[in-house]
Design a protein around this ligand. Structure first.
Ligand code: SF4
Ligand code: SF4
Length: 405
């Protein structure tokens, strides 16, 4: 067997992988044996009932959502966050964003292809070794459009209660939003940026699934959107070393900050797993409250983590930052003339979401290694330098009665 042609064909992606690894080393990102979310666990972790997922509580027959559905109807006049206004009630510039988002988001909700049948065992391509195969999968993922690919074991705690996944490995695919669109949050264009990211993820994960099946192993792309979720992507991605847990409930990575969307492919293909990472995200989020300050719905928490879940959507058993997903969804529904969903203003204002480059990498290094006071100065400076110019909805200026959400 001569694998040279494979190495040659995928060389650009090997170079990209090496650049990603080099950047983490230079930033002083540590690989650790235990995921850093362990610090937040204070009680027994039970598998989460997906009917308590905020999106699913809006489904008419969900017994966990009766009160929230009443509140949603009373506050927004609608029964679902996806209820659109007729096009002719929108200003042309908003209509354009909405039309483009509607076109782009279709694969998220309507493209669920039956994967190819796995090649039978006698036709299986025997992997050289799990380390080589992991590298190959990462390079193929990058070729398919992923911006980062990480691999971990499937921890059953992070699979929803009524779902069974027998595959031992999860391949985590990361893509980022188009920044110029995300920065307009909340708007039809920030909604478009998240729809576009999820559409790309759907194509990448379905293609990767078919690739692995073609090699002779079982694989399946996993739904992670609110409508039909199978896995809790935040802890799984932290297990895989994508990043760490942050104040706004998302994974924060050294490269993308919180500016990313995630999906997974699970498989029985033998793979070498990645280690979780540590780069003082908790300490940075303690010093920075941008996502709380600029959330137009006041859905993100200020202050230190607590052990008090806020709504039924919160997974108990942790002392962490709990996000009020009901307030978030209510905000999405209160002004259909201007937005369909917020699209993630909490993501847009995170100081970690800067382009990779010499200057911002130095700031990244200081943000990781600086003291609490330095971190505070960085977060303050970021607010001064960037947020005023980027703000569409500043604290108290959303025009929405956020206290009444
Ligand atoms: S998506 Fe928007 S409303 Fe929801 S938590 Fe983030 S900033 Fe707040
Ligand atoms: S905006 Fe600040 S507090 Fe929020 S996730 Fe980003 S770094 Fe953490």
């Amino acid at each position: 067997m001569n694998w040279d042609i494979v190495e040659e064909a995928l060389r650009p992606y090997e170079i990209k992988l090496q650049a990603q690894e080099r950047l983490r080393r230079r930033l002083g990102v540590k690989e650790v044996d235990q995921p850093t979310y362990e610090r937040y666990i204070i009680g027994p972790i039970e598998r989460f009932d997906r009917r308590k997922n905020a999106f699913l509580t809006l489904k008419p027959d969900n017994p966990f959502g009766e009160k929230f559905r009443e509140r949603f109807k009373a506050r927004t006049g609608q029964v679902d966050w996806t209820t659109p206004l007729p096009y002719n009630e929108l200003e042309p510039e908003d209509r354009l964003g909405r039309v483009l988002a509607t076109a782009v988001r279709r694969p998220c909700f309507e493209y669920h292809p039956e994967p190819f049948s796995a090649t039978p065992p006698e036709g299986r391509l025997e992997a050289r070794d799990p380390a080589w195969m992991s590298r190959l999968i990462k390079k193929v993922g990058l070729f398919l459009g992923a911006e980062m690919v990480r691999i971990t074991k499937v921890d059953p705690r992070w699979v929803y209660k009524d779902i069974e996944i027998s595959h031992p490995y999860a391949i985590i695919i990361v893509v980022s939003h188009v920044r110029s669109m995300l920065d307009t949050a909340p708007s039809y264009y920030s909604w478009l940026s998240s729809a576009e990211a999820y559409a790309r993820l759907k194509f990448i994960t379905t293609q990767l699934t078919d690739f692995i099946r073609g090699l002779g192993y079982d694989a399946m792309y996993r739904e992670t959107l609110g409508h039909d979720p199978e896995m809790l992507m935040v802890p799984i991605a932290i297990d895989a070393g994508v990043g760490e847990f942050s104040r706004n409930g998302r994974v924060l990575s050294p490269e993308f900050g919180t500016n990313m969307r995630l999906k997974a492919v699970t498989t029985d293909l033998p793979l070498q797993i990645d280690k979780p990472i540590s780069f003082n995200t908790h300490e940075y989020c303690m010093a920075c409250e941008n996502c709380a300050i600029y959330c137009p719905a006041r859905a993100n928490p200020f202050g230190p983590p607590t052990d008090q879940p806020i709504t039924i959507n919160n997974n108990p058993g942790y002392r962490k930052w709990y996000v009020n997903a009901e307030r978030c969804l209510l905000f999405w529904g209160v002004n259909r003339k201007k937005w369909m969903s917020c699209g993630g203003r909490c993501i847009a204002v995170c100081p970690w979401n800067k382009e990779i480059g010499f200057f911002h990498n130095i700031i990244r290094w200081i943000a990781i290694h600086g003291s609490g006071s330095i971190k505070k100065i960085l977060a303050w400076t970021d607010r001064k330098v960037y947020q005023r110019r980027k703000s569409i909805v500043k604290k108290g200026e959303s025009g929405i009665d956020v206290e009444g959400l």
